[in-house]
Every structure is written in C-alpha cells, then in structure tokens.
Design a protein around this ligand. Structure first.
Ligand SMILES: O=C(O)C(=O)[C@H](O)CO
Ligand SMILES: [Mg+2]
Length: 256
C-alpha cells in the first residue's frame, strides 16, 4: 500500500514546505493538505521537487470560520464567494501540480442548496479540467460537521451523476463514512469507479489506523485487491509526538 500524509493534521505545526520534508523522512509516498494559501506556491513546488512527493489535494477555503462557515459552494446567496474560492484553489493547485481539489459544500440544507452546489461543481470542474485536476466532494459526519450539506455517499453519488462530468469524483473518507453509514467494504467496492481519493483514520477518535473500531488491515486489503493504487490519505490526529504513532506505516503497508 502507498500512503499520503495529510498535512492538515500531521506536522501541521511546521511550515508547509518543512511538513512535506518531514512526511518524506517518515516514509510517506505522497502528501495532501487542507488550506495552503498562506504559503507561496514556489516554496511548495521546491519541497515537492526535493522530496519527489506529489501533492494529492487541497481544499477550497471555508469562508468565515469564526461565523461558522464550513465551505461556501452549497450555500445559497454565497455564489460569488464560492466562485472566488474555486478560482483561488484552481490557481494554487495548478501552480503546484496538485491532483485534486476538494470543493467544500458548507452548512446548508434542501433543494436550493443542492442546486447551488451543482452549479458550483460544474464551474469548478470546467475550470479544473485544463489543468488535469479532479474536483472532489466529501461527505462529512454529523458529529464533527453538524449542519454540513453533504452527509452520505448516496447523496454524493446522486450529485456526481447529475453533474455528469468526468473530473468530478468522490472523496471516500473511511472515518466519515463509518460514522454515518458503515458497511465500508461493500461501499468501497460499489463506489470504486467514482472514487478519486480515499482517506482514513480510526473511529471514533480520529487517531492512527491501528486502533479503534475499523479493521484497516481488512480495508486496505480490499482496496489493494481492487487494484486501486493511489496513495491513501492518512488524515488523522496524532497522539503525542507523530513519530510515536507511525508504526502502522510498516505494519499495514503489506496487504495480507
Ligand atoms: O474533514 C475532512 O475529512 C476533510 O478531508 C476535509 O478536508 C475537511 O477538512
Ligand atoms: Mg477527509
């Protein structure tokens, strides 16, 4: 198995270029981040070139987080800000040759939210396509992201089918899906053609994958047997020093 370090959670106390270097030193095969916008793209490009790691993804800005925003793209009335956030993400991802952009839906409900989201996703996909960037949508769980528009893989699949463009994919975060829907093995198999990226963390604590209620040895073997080869995103909160909870990289790398 190949693994991508999510630098939103791992080494997030370091400047992003140094976090990329730390991920390489720890044995990761790729990196991904949340909101890199305060860092000049050439510094990220330099660290990626030096380490040979690919940046698999970044998120659109969430809006005014102090006021409770968690994304803008499905929030009626915020269309202009949502488009600006998408433009910014496409420019940044293009500059660092990132593979994916997660377009964050935000807190909203109902048909008007769904149609705002669909319009924003069409816009994002069109903007991203010339750069060979995929747009991802990610269902989030209702404990961490109360009120978030996109909650389940079924809902995401309906939207992906309605938008119907080749570069719109599902971010399948095992942590969120387990909390909302369970049945991970069947869901990964059924959704594979639509999956653009997979993330993982333990449930319920969002810690390293060698603890908690999900048997990641089984999940990774399932993914391996499906011949899915994109590095899987380690999006978990380390316990104490990161180096003290990295044993799973060795123990889960070889699917049995
Ligand atoms: O919260 C998650 O699981 C994510 O992957 C998003 O990037 C939002 O932070
Ligand atoms: Mg995630």
């Amino acid at each position: 198995m190949k693994f991508s370090a999510n630098l939103g959670f791992l080494w997030n106390d370091l400047p992003l270029p140094d976090a990329i270097r730390a991920a390489k030193a720890a044995g990761f095969d790729a990196v991904e981040c949340h909101w890199p916008y305060d860092v000049a793209p050439p510094l990220v490009v330099e660290a990626l070139a030096e380490t040979g790691l690919k940046m698999l993804g970044l998120n659109t800005r969430r809006g005014n987080t102090a006021a409770g925003d968690n994304g803008l793209s499905a929030v009626p009335g915020r269309e202009e800000e949502a488009s600006a956030a998408i433009d910014e993400a496409v420019a940044y991802a293009g500059a660092i040759d990132a593979a994916n952009i997660h377009v964050m839906a935000g807190n909203a409900v109902g048909d008007s939210a769904r149609s705002a989201f669909i319009d924003a996703l069409r816009y994002a996909c069109e903007r991203a396509a010339p750069h060979n960037i995929n747009i991802l949508i990610e269902p989030l769980n209702h404990y961490d992201a109360r009120g978030y528009f996109l909650k389940t893989t079924d809902q995401a699949l309906g939207i992906i089918n309605d938008v119907d463009v080749q570069n719109l994919k599902l971010m399948f975060d095992c942590y969120h899906v387990q909390l909302m829907e369970g049945d991970l093995t069947h869901r990964i198999k059924a959704l594979l053609p639509h999956i653009g990226h997979i993330q993982f963390a333990s449930v319920p604590d969002r810690g390293p994958p060698d603890q908690g209620e999900i048997n990641y040895r089984h999940i990774f073997k399932t993914i391996h047997d499906l011949r899915y080869t994109v590095p899987l995103g380690a999006e978990y909160k380390p316990i104490g020093a990161i180096a003290d909870s990295l044993d799973w990289i060795t123990s889960l790398r070889e699917p049995i």
